[in-house]
Design a protein around this ligand. Structure first.
Ligand SMILES: Cc1cc2nc3c(=O)[nH]c(=O)nc-3n(C[C@H](O)[C@H](O)[C@H](O)COP(=O)(O)OP(=O)(O)OC[C@H]3O[C@@H](n4cnc5c(N)ncnc54)[C@H](O)[C@@H]3O)c2cc1C
Length: 364
């Protein structure tokens, strides 16, 4: 496995639990890139894509995420903070209203509860809400989704690493893969320190850096980095706990049970630059203030690089005879990692497919 982000570790854990021998390489500490930076929001359906295959991936993911959390607790004793907290969604303008209406239709079609809320409901669910959020509720632009969840990314990553090791897998940190050479019999990975590692198969799961090992498509890289900046805020006692996630257009708040609140996220083309900027943090602070939570205290800011593909569909499947790819999950890698792991395992072991994976193939 090349890459110990949430995708690589989830695929490794799935393969290990089905009896395969797996070694995971990461060029730094496990899980310290996009997977660490993310907000941990696990919507019950597809939030950012209306593609039917992504909605199906989301349907597979929802129960798998809860089950993974239980398995992690059972076998490692580590709690990843999985919490079915629910979420409020607000449409800030007509375009967002249309996009969200289409999303609600898709979700309701799958039996997911999406309830329109009025000002009185909002006062119960989010007593801190600003006049602007109240206006959205008065205009029928506020909805409550009780089944949305979240998990704590660093905890899930630590627990996944521990579970891989518990199944006998090796997670080798600070070891960069620089080349893959495939022959009919085996794959040989060349490492940055000059060592070689021979395996039966390799999975490319190194997130925004996956293009290094993939041929270009129509002259462009398969996977590119898309920067996301995030703020960590803390809640003074004068502000009541936020009981659920909150989304307004592209921005969101994800409250933690320890009183902290994540505010995200920017979506920026900035190549591999992980800087936080005045403009990016400024937009997020403006959003926090708009919700009525201007009293939250700023603690920290960071940025991560989401792995994005041009058509916004992930790559999940074989790239050649012995090389597989699990990358390009863009804004939903935490949400889709377990389902991705299942689909890779089915393809690798020749098992009956749970869903049609042709939209995720590299030859699509
Ligand atoms: C600000 C932000 C908020 C987000 N919020 C959410 C959210 O709420 N919900 C959600 O589902 N998703 C969210 N995402 C998206 C999600 O974080 C990503 O889709 C996901 O983390 C991608 O996981 P990955 O394992 O593919 O990549 P990564 O986590 O980036 O892991 C790739 C790993 O590969 C390693 N690597 C790279 N090159 C090599 C090499 N040559 N050799 C060895 N190792 C290598 C890296 O060190 C890294 O550890 C968010 C992302 C960001 C940035």
């Amino acid at each position: 496995m090349i890459g110990a982000g949430v995708v690589g570790l989830s695929v490794a854990e799935e393969l290990l639990s089905h009896g395969l021998t797996v070694t995971v390489f990461d060029r730094q500490r496990a899980g310290r890139e996009a997977s660490w930076a993310g907000a941990g929001i696990l919507p019950p359906g597809s939030r950012y894509s209306s593609h039917p295959a992504i909605e199906e991936l989301a349907a597979l993911s929802d129960p798998l995420n809860e089950r993974l959390s239980q398995r992690l607790r059972e076998f490692t004793g580590l709690d990843d903070g999985f919490w079915r907290c629910g979420a409020l969604y607000f449409a800030g303008d007509d375009r967002q209203h249309r996009e969200l209406a289409a999303m609600y239709d898709r979700w309701r079609g799958r039996g997911i509860a999406v309830n329109v809320i009025d000002q009185a409901d909002l006062a119960d669910l989010a007593p801190y809400a600003s006049d602007e959020l109240e206006r959205f509720a008065a205009e029928g632009r506020a909805h409550y989704v009780p089944s949305e969840s979240q998990a704590r990314n660093p905890r899930r990553l630590r627990a996944l690493t521990a579970l891989c090791q518990a199944w006998g897998g090796r997670v080798i940190e600070h070891s960069e893969v620089v080349e893959i050479a495939e022959s009919p019999e085996q794959v040989t990975l060349r490492l940055a320190d000059g060592d070689r590692f021979v395996a039966g198969r390799v999975v490319i799961a190194n997130g925004a850096w996956a293009s290094r090992f993939l041929p270009q498509r129509d002259g462009i890289d398969w996977v590119r980095p898309v920067r996301g900046q995030m703020l960590l805020l803390s809640r003074p006692e004068s502000i009541e706990p936020l009981g659920m996630n909150l989304h307004v257009g592209p921005h969101y708040l994800a409250p933690r049970t320890d009183g902290r609140v994540l505010a995200g996220a920017t979506v920026e083309e900035a190549a591999f630059d992980k800087s936080t900027t005045a403009a990016g943090c400024g937009r997020l602070l403006h959003f926090v203030n708009q919700t009525g939570l201007g009293g939250l205290r700023l603690e920290q800011a960071w940025a991560g690089l989401r792995p994005a593909t041009a058509d916004e569909l992930p790559l999940i499947g074989p790239a050649s005879e012995r090389t597989y790819v699990a990358a390009g999950h863009f804004r939903a890698g935490l949400q889709f990692a377990s389902a991705t792991a299942m689909l890779i395992r089915e393809q690798m072991l020749g098992q009956p497919p749970t869903m049609d994976v042709s939209p995720f193939r590299i030859d699509r």
